[in-house]
Design a protein around this ligand. Sequence first.
Ligand code: NAG
Ligand code: NAG
Ligand code: NAG
Length: 337
Amino acid sequence: MRKIWVYFAMAALVECYGEWSLDVNNASLHLLDVKKVCKKARQAKGHLWQICRKEQKILEEVNKGSLLATRECQYQFRHRKWNCTTQRKSLKRILLTDTRETAFVNAIVSAGITSSVTQGCTNGNLIHCTCDSKKKVISQAEDWEWGGCADNVQFGYRKSKQFLDSPHRKKDFRTLVLLHNYEAGRLAIKKYMRLECKCHGLSGSCSLRTCWHKMPPFREVGTRLRDHYDGSFKVIPGNDGKSIISEAKPHTKENLVYSENSPDFCIPSKKTGSLGTQGRSCNATSRGIDGCELLCCSRGHVTKVSKVETNCRCRFSWCCEVVCDTCVARSVRNFCK
Ligand SMILES: *[C@@H]1O[C@H](CO)[C@@H](O)[C@H](O)[C@H]1NC(C)=O
Ligand SMILES: *[C@@H]1O[C@H](CO)[C@@H](O)[C@H](O)[C@H]1NC(C)=O
Ligand SMILES: *[C@@H]1O[C@H](CO)[C@@H](O)[C@H](O)[C@H]1NC(C)=O
């Protein structure tokens, strides 16, 4: 019973958070401080100002997108030395530099906004947009029709661009890198739209199918961007002063680019924003990136054994209760020294 209540409370919290997102926006939990961006927009006017001042519902979706991006970033980097912390001072340093981590943060935020705004259209939360009704050209041979509510990714794409890109008028090298990664984030969704179909016809005979375009799940977007992070391209300014070029092999629009090398993130540093890995939980038997050896930077680890009580051997009792025993399990966890 207790457990069930905890879930209810959590669900209610998430509900409320969605409803009043801007009032309760706790910037210390977000990669993007939406309120701060809007404050700065006052001088800027233009598209961003428009969204901040006139398009409250879209702003709420932007805020949701920032949270979606933050959660996904922390999931993708949960076993890495840099774990996508939103600790203000650290994040500020990361965003002031131009490393692979900076690239990932900017790309995932841009993707998060694209995704949330698009989802807002599909869910009917926004008066500014509806389902995408454009029928894409298909070959005659297909045995299905366009129908249903297609995700309006064009709209989400445009709003993400207006919110993030439009304030950057001056196109210096750093800005070009930033805009490239914003675009890469949006493309990680836009280029991977999929077809979802539903069968109609007598008793599921599927004599008629209708299909629509749907965004890929955000987990997939996060994984794709993390792969791009792992294979990101170091760039330098082009001779024309208007382009960025890779030092090694050429990059595409979908790749992530950066210009500065990352710190090693092993020890805390005010200068780089590294929090160090002391106290991080690691896997003593893994030789990979989550293993204690690599994650703790060869400093060693401590093992903590604790007891966890769980409900077990649950059974129905006549009538109608569930009765459980309490079992004690040993939990062994390792933490970096
Ligand atoms: C925001 O969240 C942090 C971390 O959970 C917490 O310490 C802080 O008090 C919160 N701030 C507000 C204004 O709710
Ligand atoms: C990331 O690592 C820091 C420093 O070790 C730790 O304090 C923090 O709780 C971690 N954050 C997340 C989201 O895992
Ligand atoms: C630790 O790593 C081993 C080897 O890679 C893996 O089999 C195991 O599932 C991991 N344990 C946890 C708790 O992730």
